[in-house]
Ligand binder design. Structure first.
Ligand code: SF4
Length: 559
């Protein structure tokens, strides 16, 4: 394991740009008023780089559902209708439950919606008594206290609490403790508090500091019914944020339960692959007690995808052994660092990763010689491939690496999910130069499409338009799903452009992250268009907005 040296009380001296990532994280905790009590030389984000095991976490009761501890990883979804419409929310809850999801979240943007949770909870208890309800609070911290009277868990965003003493949050903890309500500390890239942004910028470090500040309060208040999440639509940011948080929590001896998710993943195969890439990179190291696959589709569609992801890790702890990582210090889990490799034609070096299907016969003839093929043979493919590549690095072998695994799957979605879960983390970590999905039961062009989408989802190679689309919730202000389909049809030829399609102006602009263009609901039937973070046109009718978006993109591209 990497050596980690901590200098208690003088951490500030070591907070410079060359400090190791864990030192930086611990320093953030220090800044948050923490006293670092425990840090060993082997503190890392997971228990082992070589042996799969679930991270031990504190069990959390959410109504009739318990997550964390020895419980299987739970799946969940979120309603997309107005929370004031009791029957519509309950109907969606029923569909999520029928699909196999027992945790259902709904937005409570204001006091009225929070009060209506009483009616929703009563109807749900009648119709679906084994379903746990979660209120999602975004901006008005006081609304969480109202919601806590009716639901089983409240999700709060530390970005909305600008009080460094945590007085409001401590009051919420007290209320939740009395009623047996759990809390999710839900940090989102793009909606950190101004205090954190001023100090760290909108960065992974800011996300970790934000979460640790709240978790510290939980610990001071001796409240352990806590789940924490670190979401982003950028899988690289998301994975680095979770791993960094794990390291910071491990350093502090904290074992709070973890909720995993990639925000604004979009829809169809693209949304499924993006979620699997981010979630898989973490679950393959045993991280995660509950997951949500956010799709811009009916919420019940999320559940079968999430269940397939959970199933894929079932029994993994019994995987066959492989040669352990010999020099773990060569691994960079907290920031992107592409493995340095020789360029063999367009494979390796500075080139974007290749896929097997695009190689010429001459290039294929290099595989196994000038280009190393690293193959997974155990059930723990991500860790096995990572170990083999890190050991090549330890040996000073700088030939480019193509990673390969054989799949018997014949169903496209299943193949896409499994390959994304296996390979996504390797490309997020910059370890491989090529991807070879050997799947003889699926058409080659479909396999190639899956491979390119995995590389795109891992931000390793942008070969098509990237859509950052929120799943929609009770705040959505227009026909989000239909609009996304129309925008995709009109823009899918724009290679490398990132377009955010967001349901509301409250969270949309912050959470569409690094989109080049944003299409954001700003009132009923009204859209505001963004170029990056800059508003270009405000409150235009949604009937004209797609055309206006296309004009904007085209005029930029013609300049
Ligand atoms: S951005 Fe989308 S999912 Fe997020 S709060 Fe707004 S409408 Fe809901």
């Amino acid at each position: 394991m990497p050596k980690v040296r901590i200098f208690f009380g003088t951490a500030a001296k070591y907070h410079h740009k060359n400090a190791c990532e864990v030192c930086k994280i611990v320093f953030f905790a220090y800044l948050c008023g923490k006293h670092i009590t425990q840090m060993s030389d082997t503190t890392l984000f997971c228990g082992s780089l070589d042996r799969y095991s679930r991270r031990p976490s504190c069990p959390v009761r959410i109504g009739s559902v318990e997550i964390g501890g020895q419980n299987p990883v739970a799946v969940q979804s979120m309603t997309a209708v107005n929370t004031l419409d009791t029957e519509a929310v309950v109907a969606e809850t029923g569909r999520i439950r029928a699909a196999g999801g027992r945790i259902v979240r709904m937005t409570a943007p204001g006091r009225r919606e929070a009060e209506n949770l009483q009616n929703i909870a009563a109807r749900t208890a009648e119709l679906y008594p084994d379903t746990a309800l979660v209120a999602d609070i975004h901006f008005v911290a006081e609304v969480a206290s109202v919601a806590a009277d009716y639901v089983d868990k409240v999700r709060v965003n530390p970005g909305n609490y600008n009080d460094p003493e945590g007085t409001t949050f401590r009051a919420l903890i007290e209320k939740c403790r009395r009623r047996g309500v759990a809390i999710r500390v839900g940090v989102n890239h793009g909606s950190l508090s101004q205090r954190m942004v001023d100090r760290y910028g909108d960065t992974v470090e800011g996300m970790v500091a934000s979460a640790m500040e709240f978790l510290t309060i939980c610990r001071e208040e001796k409240f352990d019914q806590v789940v924490v999440s670190m979401k982003s639509s950028n899988t690289r940011v998301m994975v680095h944020a979770y791993r960094s948080l794990m390291a910071a929590m491990n350093a502090e001896g904290m074992n709070y339960s973890i909720h995993l998710g990639v925000t604004e993943a979009g829809n169809d195969i693209e949304g499924r692959i993006k979620s699997a890439v981010g979630i898989g990179a973490l679950m393959s190291d045993g991280i995660g007690d509950t997951i949500r696959v956010s799709l811009t589709e009916p919420p019940e569609n999320e559940i079968p995808v999430a269940l397939q992801i959970v199933d894929y890790f079932e029994g993994r702890a019994a995987h066959a052994p492989f040669e352990p990582v010999r020099k773990p210090e060569l691994y960079s889990p907290y920031e992107y660092r592409r493995r340095a490799s020789l360029a063999v034609g367009r494979i390796g070096g500075e080139s974007v990763p290749v896929i097997y299907g695009e190689l010429t016969d001459a290039e294929k003839a290099l595989l196994g010689g000038d280009v190393v093929v690293v193959e997974a043979t155990t059930e723990n493919a991500p860790a096995e491939l990572r170990a083999k590549i890190l050991n090549l690095m330890a040996d000073g072998d700088s030939r480019p690496v193509v990673v390969r695994r054989s799949y018997a799957e014949s169903e496209v979605e299943q193949l896409a999910l499994h390959a994304a879960l296996d390979f996504g983390g390797l490309f997020i970590d910059g370890l491989a130069d090529g991807l070879w999905i050997d799947a003889p039961n699926v058409a080659p062009e479909v396999v190639d499409d899956i491979a390119l989408r995995i590389l795109q989802a891992a931000r390793a190679r942008m070969s098509r338009t990237e859509y950052i689309a929120c799943p929609g919730c009770g705040r959505t202000l227009y026909d989000l799903r239909g609009t996304l389909a129309r925008i995709k049809a009109a823009t899918s030829h724009l290679t490398g452009v990132k377009i955010g399609v967001m349901g509301c102006i409250v969270n949309g602009p912050g959470e569409m992250a690094d989109a080049d263009y944003g299409y954001v609901g700003s009132g009923p039937g009204r859209i505001t268009l963004y170029r990056g973070r800059e508003v270009v046109r405000r409150n235009i009718p949604d009937t004209e907005a797609i055309e206006a978006l296309l004009e904007l993109i085209n005029s930029d591209r013609n300049q």
